[in-house]
Design a protein around this ligand. Structure first.
Ligand code: ZN
Length: 241
């Protein structure tokens, strides 16, 4: 079973489509998303329709939470908040209902999917987790592998008999050792913040016990042009470079 996991699409249709095209080559049995399908980018409605049309399972990100609960808008910085208010206007009622109905976590093929941190936080960042918190949050999970998004970066921590190790997570194939519990921060499709502007996603292959990180080129100028045409904050465009 190969599970492809896409995080933080952020209404970037060009990046989303490029990842789907790359997936045709890479091959996966199932696809899932880790939240923040919308926010920042110019094509929220199109991205929701594409995800739903493909039957992707997924969880709620903090941007979906911001759409669901007006009170949570206070957590956002001014640019993210303005983007989200504009995003709401760009979404159909049906897509909005879908997004605010997403679960906070999901177990797919024995893997826990959550936007921020296990067990079910959409707002906690991976980089906020010290070793003890990783022990506490990972140690009691029924699942041995948990994938998170939210930081738009790639990280990997693993836990075995109380020992926490953090390993670099770069492009290519990574072996997952038996017995260890894994917390994987899966990068971002639509707005990378890891110093490389390509779209990122991962494929977890349970029988092979591997995790593959894939980097995908996409048409950044087109996404930037659309962000400007739709009057979204300029920072949302330049941040893609
Ligand atoms: Zn995000």
């Amino acid at each position: 079973m190969r599970l492809a996991v896409l995080s933080d699409i952020h209404a970037n249709l060009e990046a989303f489509q490029a990842v789907l095209a790359d997936l045709e080559r890479a091959g996966a049995d199932r696809l899932a998303f880790l939240g923040d399908v919308v926010g920042y980018g110019p094509d929220p409605e199109e991205c929701v329709r594409l995800a739903r049309g493909l039957g992707l399972a997924g969880v709620m990100g903090n941007h979906e939470l911001g759409l669901a609960e007006a009170s949570s808008l206070g957590w956002f910085n001014p640019i993210a908040r303005r983007s989200l208010l504009q995003t709401r206007e760009m979404l159909s009622a049906e897509s909005l209902d879908y997004l605010i109905g997403l679960p906070l976590f999901l177990v797919q093929d024995g893997v826990r999917l959550v936007h921020g941190a296990p067990p079910d936080s959409a707002t906690t960042y991976y980089f906020e987790l010290g070793d003890q918190e990783i022990r506490d949050r990972l140690g009691d999970l029924p699942e041995g592998v948990c994938l998170v998004g939210h930081t738009h970066e790639l990280h990997l921590a693993r836990l075995y008999t109380g020992k926490v190790e953090r390993l670099p997570l770069g492009q290519g194939l990574h072996r997952l050792e038996p017995g260890w519990r894994y917390l994987i921060n899966a990068g971002a499709v639509g707005q990378p913040r890891d110093g490389d502007n390509r779209a990122k996603y991962v494929i977890y292959d349970e029988p092979a016990a591997t995790l593959e990180v894939r980097l995908v080129d996409y048409d950044i100028p087109t996404t930037m042009r659309k962000i400007r045409e739709r009057g979204l904050p300029e920072f949302n465009a330049t941040r893609l470079l």
